[in-house]
Write a protein that binds this ligand. Structure first.
Ligand SMILES: *[C@@H]1O[C@H](CO)[C@@H](O)[C@H](O)[C@H]1NC(C)=O
Ligand SMILES: *[C@@H]1O[C@H](CO)[C@@H](O)[C@H](O)[C@H]1NC(C)=O
Ligand SMILES: *[C@@H]1O[C@H](CO)[C@@H](O)[C@H](O)[C@H]1NC(C)=O
Ligand SMILES: *[C@@H]1O[C@H](CO)[C@@H](O)[C@H](O)[C@H]1NC(C)=O
Ligand SMILES: *[C@@H]1O[C@H](CO)[C@@H](O)[C@H](O)[C@H]1NC(C)=O
Ligand SMILES: *[C@@H]1O[C@H](CO)[C@@H](O)[C@H](O)[C@H]1NC(C)=O
Ligand SMILES: *[C@@H]1O[C@H](CO)[C@@H](O)[C@H](O)[C@H]1NC(C)=O
Length: 504
């Protein structure tokens, strides 16, 4: 009986293989991959705001519920992590505002347009370069829109096609431009696209992650994505061949108006210079003897993590770089730092930059296309793992990064198939050894089992999608609008009255 049961398993595993779709790729056409980053798109927005297109992506491909970003959870550093596979201490983009003590240079959003900020480590390259330089094909080209760092040459290379960041360019336009680049004739089209949209981050800062404005922005992005899917589906070549990843750099958390830590109340502003954001700061202290004095005054402040450089926790992977300060500060969720010169009248209702283990800092991740499994939900992986994933999808030579291919291979169709093939191979090898000891009755049994297996195969083929699907454990939080008498004219409140979710 054990043998028969065994055979049923073998034959039915086989049905998964017969149901797998083989992607249509010829040696002349390199693999196609579009990477979409929607700045500040928190992992749970599609559930909270019931975004139909985003939620439909689970049937079409894979959803990874939690991406653990690298630390600090800020836009420029994380976009460089996503596209290079390295933690921030290794690639050197350690903030949106930085100081480099080696060149005595400072830079912020507007002037991070110099190669030196992005190429501190000359061995680290964005994947758009790796794609362009791969020697296996005449038709590899990368197209990049507004991705931080794409406006400067790295090791002498710019993306084949690129458009700079522009607040006037909506996500709809960005997506349509990327589609046009993929849609061109083989001789000119791109095979890798990396595009950036700012809307979800801007609304998150201005109105908070839980607000009717955020609802509006996200439903607009949902519509934009839906239009892109229609364009792809209407093109038989792209529908069959284009792989798409929809993700983001970080999440977003509410900021309370009265939760400010004003550095001038604790330390003498003439003794240091601070670079970073309202959530984290790198303090550069010219006189070493002042480090302990400043540290002593700062270390008792509630809701603030304070570290001397050597004490920054290992898990942040944010320490071994000259651009990280002598003292490093990062706030607990909901709190802001006001440093000297900061315009205190400027109010934001949402922020990011905090501990990368905080779930509100986690962004979305969806992937679909010929390389990816379908109807699959996976718990988590890290931003540094994107590079090995994309590198594999693009069939590039393996490059050592801080990411791990082992962490991501489970979402690839190819590996799912190989896994099962290996299992079957092992099972069949064991079975054939045993067959020699079998008698007449067993052989008859074997034949009937094979017939049963065939029937199973047909049935399993029809239901294979359901079998692969992993049910979500996540219960979305329900929201209702606050009425004016409850002290607000706008904003959502979680109906389970979690005080943290109320915005004033
Ligand atoms: C596969 O790709 C080739 C090359 O572009 C194309 O001509 C062919 O129609 C495609 N086949 C399918 C089934 O999509
Ligand atoms: C970088 O931007 C600044 C400010 O917009 C500008 O003055 C400078 O010329 C730019 N540098 C380069 C290398 O493009
Ligand atoms: C591609 O070939 C060129 C010229 O032979 C070489 O310099 C380059 O390193 C190669 N690139 C890769 C990724 O192998
Ligand atoms: C964006 O559009 C506004 C008004 O339409 C215009 O004044 C502004 O110059 C534009 N900005 C850029 C960067 O093109
Ligand atoms: C969010 O926006 C959508 C589309 O605009 C609308 O249908 C929905 O009712 C809004 N949700 C809330 C809670 O306001
Ligand atoms: C520490 O705090 C004390 C009391 O407020 C202040 O007098 C002193 O200047 C501070 N020390 C530094 C190094 O800022
Ligand atoms: C990341 O990669 C760099 C360069 O290979 C290496 O020095 C560093 O130790 C790695 N970081 C981690 C956390 O493995």
């Amino acid at each position: 009986m054990g043998k028969i049961f065994f055979l049923i398993i073998v034959i039915n595993l086989n049905s998964f293989i017969s149901c797998a779709i083989i992607p249509n790729q010829t040696s002349l056409t390199p693999p196609l991959l579009l990477l979409i980053s929607l700045d500040g798109f928190r992992w749970d927005y599609p559930d909270i705001y019931q975004l139909p297109t985003f939620n439909s992506l689970v049937q079409r491909g894979v959803r990874v519920k939690h991406i653990e970003p690298s630390f600090v959870t800020a836009t420029f550093p994380l976009h460089w992590t996503m596209i290079t596979g390295f933690h921030e201490e290794s690639h050197g983009v350690v903030g949106n505002v930085m100081y480099d003590p080696e060149s005595h240079a400072t830079a912020g959003y507007g002037d991070l347009n110099d190669t030196k900020w992005w190429a501190q480590n000359p061995h680290i390259e964005p994947i758009w370069i790796g794609n362009q330089l791969a020697n296996d094909s005449l038709h590899r080209r990368s197209g990049v829109i507004a991705w931080p760092g794409s406006n400067v040459p790295i090791n002498g290379h710019l993306p084949s096609r690129r458009l700079p960041f522009d607040f006037n360019r909506t996500c709809r336009t960005v997506m349509q431009q990327a589609f046009e680049w993929f849609h061109e004739p083989l001789e000119t089209r791109i095979n890798f696209g990396a595009i950036y949209c700012f809307e979800s981050d801007r609304t998150g800062h201005a109105h908070g992650p839980l607000s009717s404005e955020m609802n509006q922005t996200l439903h607009q992005l949902d519509k934009d994505l839906s239009e892109l899917l229609h364009l792809i589906d209407a093109d038989p070549y792209l529908k069959t061949n284009l792989n798409v990843i929809v993700t983001a750099d970080h999440g977003m958390h509410e900021v309370k108006a009265n939760q400010r830590i004003k550095l001038d109340n604790y330390i003498d502003s003439t003794l240091y210079k601070a670079y970073g954001s309202r959530i984290f700061l790198n303090l550069f202290i010219p006189l070493a003897k002042n480090i302990d004095r400043l540290y002593r005054n700062l270390s008792g402040i509630p809701n603030l993590e304070v570290y001397k450089k050597a004490q920054i926790p290992q898990r942040y992977h944010y320490q071994s770089n000259v651009r990280i300060g002598d003292i490093f500060l990062v706030t607990k969720l909901g709190w802001e730092i006001i440093s000297p010169g900061d315009d205190e009248s400027h109010v934001s209702f949402g922020a990011h930059g905090h501990d990368n283990q905080e779930t509100s800092m986690h962004p979305i991740f969806y992937a679909f296309g010929p390389a990816f499994r379908t109807n699959l939900q996976v718990e988590s992986f890290r931003s540094v793992d994107f590079y090995p994933l994309m590198s594999h999808v693009l069939q590039l030579k393996e490059v050592e990064t801080n990411g791990s291919f082992n962490n991501v291979q489970g979402i690839l169709k190819e590996f799912f198939k190989t896994d099962i093939l290996n299992t079957i191979h092992t099972l069949i090898t064991k079975t054939t050894v045993k067959l020699r000891n079998w008698g007449y009755v067993e052989i008859v049994c074997l034949i009937s089992v094979i017939l049963m297996g065939l029937v199973f195969t047909i049935v399993a083929c029809r239901y294979s999608k359901q079998l692969v699907y992993v049910q979500s454990q996540y219960e979305p939080i329900r929201y209702r609008l606050l009425s004016i008498t409850e002290g607000s004219t706008n904003n959502f409140v979680a109906s389970d009255s979690d005080a943290d979710e109320v915005i004033n």
